[in-house]
Design a protein around this ligand. Sequence first.
Ligand code: SF4
Length: 367
Amino acid sequence: MTEKNEDKYKQFSNKLLDWYDIRRRILPWRAAPGEISNPYFVLLSEIMLQQTVVVTVIPYFIRFVKKWPTINQLAQADFNEIASLWAGLGYYRRAKNLHETAKIISTKHNGLIPNNKEVLLSFPGVGEYTATAIMAIAFDKKANVVDGNIERIFSRLYKIEEPLEHSKKKIRTLSNKYLPCNRNGDYAQSLMDLGSLVCIPRTPRCKSCPVIFTCKLGGRADAGLYPKRLPKKSKKQRYGIFYLLIDNEGSVLFRTNKNERLFANMDVLPSVGWNEEKENFKTSPKIISKDLALFNLDWEILETKINHVFTHFKLDCTVVFFRINKKMTKNLLINKEYRFVKKKDFNQLAIPSLINKILTTFEDKIY
Ligand code: SF4
């Protein structure tokens, strides 16, 4: 590293840290200036922030630490309660991983988050980014934390022409050179804040940028076009049928989704399909006995379609509705995964946002 470059890197981190001291975002998991972050708060927030934006995570984080102020308390919690507080945050596998990680830390590490990246990487749900962020923010270790915000900043600083999908390694090598010798946690968070507040996706606010002096695209009209991307593949369309089955007391039939990737351990409406072929209303969820021939009943196919977008596909949902009488409820062969739940008790369930969307759309059917 030449002396000139070294000065450039130092100047970059100094300017950024000065800016951070004044402009930093106040976030509930962050330590006050000069204080050390609570490693449990860092771990919890980093897991919640995987694929989820800060503004969405804040109320969930506050509810979690109010209910479980320490990792030992989280480890001892009933998973259904965790899933219930997680509901709406999406990617529910993270809630399961978080609980498993908390149990391991509580039992094998005396309730202390390990100050060791390799050990962190061995925990469920903790990947390269999360482990690196914890090392920097919770333990102030020199660690090259690179997320989408930081990739955007470096591809603009260097005006990288290759699509981001092909330039990630290059960006990692470049960003590594800028790591300062101290204030590692603050430096990582200052880059995150710069990406969220100033070097934003389409319209970077270069006039307010503390590192414009070294940016190849600083102040240029085309800065927002970086990082370059490969053309997007369109998401596959899938179709599903959801069953809104209501008993004569107004309770809705729910199923607890066991051991499945999507909506794992969440409370869902019975459904079939989820295929690329349009599902006709001819198949029944497994709970409904053929003998009872419920499909010969007068199901109402609700007109309003619900559309939901997942990471890899779009789902077109048809909802069918039936109000079942007491005698039929008794006869219904329901396995233990199924139960009728009153509307007033929905808040005790872990209901994914898609199911919430269906229940809200058709709430006039539920009394
Ligand atoms: S000068 Fe503009 S494009 Fe460059 S890093 Fe700052 S905000 Fe981003």
